[in-house]
Design a protein around this ligand. Structure first.
Ligand code: PAF
Length: 288
């Protein structure tokens, strides 16, 4: 197969060899290349990353691949929204190439390698989704090695993921600059996410308060409240909104994600939450 230049208003590569051929031509012309890895179902948060990439590079590739290895068997792999045509329309005039490989192209028969990042992968999401970050690290390392971009952009909404990727790139000497893009929020502050489409209207209303509680808890801690006291009160407030379960509400070192055993913030810190309402699990974070 060669690059599909007719289905959408920007070209789509589905095979690694085609992606590499296109990139080789850009490299020959001395162009700077950015990659924005996504799982599709693109919203304003993704588009802001594409626009950020555009300010830093001459050519922007957006990968669209719903990566099966980062979903546990009971998670929403099958239900995850797949909207390639709409995604391509949103990227028109913003990106230069879509890379949308099949699962067989990414994980051919016999595929046996796993990239696992110790330490930073282990707390928080790692406790609730123990296989998730190995799936993310494996696919992101493949995407980076397939395209060898100068920069790659990831959203700060998945803060822990961003730290896992930074650690992996440093540890494996992958020659790419990792750039984090700010969280994009709806009018009520709800962090944009492809999973927000699962929310009923009542759940959506409650979900809009999650960021308010996160901010107020962060402010209390910044003013001197003891971390476990403030996060316990914050988690109670989240449950009182109608959330079924708070997986975690924690304050951690912003890059190592280590906890603060003294109960006080002693280094640049982030407050992170994961909570479930109905069938939707939401995550959010902000600086303390
Ligand atoms: O953040 C995501 O959408 C995914 O985890 C990523 C980085 C594209 C890897 O599949």
């Amino acid at each position: 197969m060669t690059i599909d230049r007719t289905s959408y208003s920007l070209p789509v590569a589905r095979m690694v060899a085609d992606l590499r051929a296109e990139i080789a031509a850009w490299r020959k012309a001395g162009l700077k290349i950015a990659l924005v890895p996504t799982m599709g179902a693109l919203h304003e948060g993704h588009l802001s990353l594409v626009d950020l990439a555009r300010t830093k590079a001459d050519r922007v590739i957006v990968s669209i691949f719903v990566n099966p290895t980062q979903f546990a068997p009971h998670e929403d792999l099958d239900a995850y929204p797949r909207t390639e045509k709409a995604d391509a329309e949103r990227l028109a005039g913003r990106a230069d190439l879509i890379f949308a490989p099949s699962a067989a192209e990414m994980y051919p028969t016999g595929f046996s390698t796993k990239v696992s990042v110790a330490g930073v992968s282990e707390p928080l999401e790692g406790q609730f989704r123990p296989t998730h970050f190995a799936g993310v690290a494996t696919v992101v390392s493949k995407l980076l090695l397939q395209s060898l971009p100068d920069i790659a952009c990831f959203g700060e909404k998945d803060w822990q993921q961003l730290q896992v990727i930074r650690r992996m790139v440093a540890d494996l000497d992958i020659p790419v600059e990792i750039v984090g893009g700010a969280i994009m929020r709806e009018a009520d502050g709800l962090a944009m996410s492809s999973r927000n489409v699962y929310l009923s209207s009542e759940e959506r209303k409650a979900a809009g308060q999650l960021n308010v509680i996160l901010r107020e808890t962060a402010e209390k801690i910044a003013k001197g409240a003891i971390i476990p006291d403030a996060t316990r009160e914050g988690a109670d407030r989240i449950r009182a909104l109608g959330f079924d379960h708070v997986d975690y509400l924690e304050v951690r070192d912003a890059s190592s994600l280590a906890s603060f055993p003294s109960g006080r913030v002693t280094a640049p810190a982030r407050i992170l939450v994961a909570a479930k309402i109905g069938r939707t699990r939401l995550i959010d974070n902000m600086p303390v």
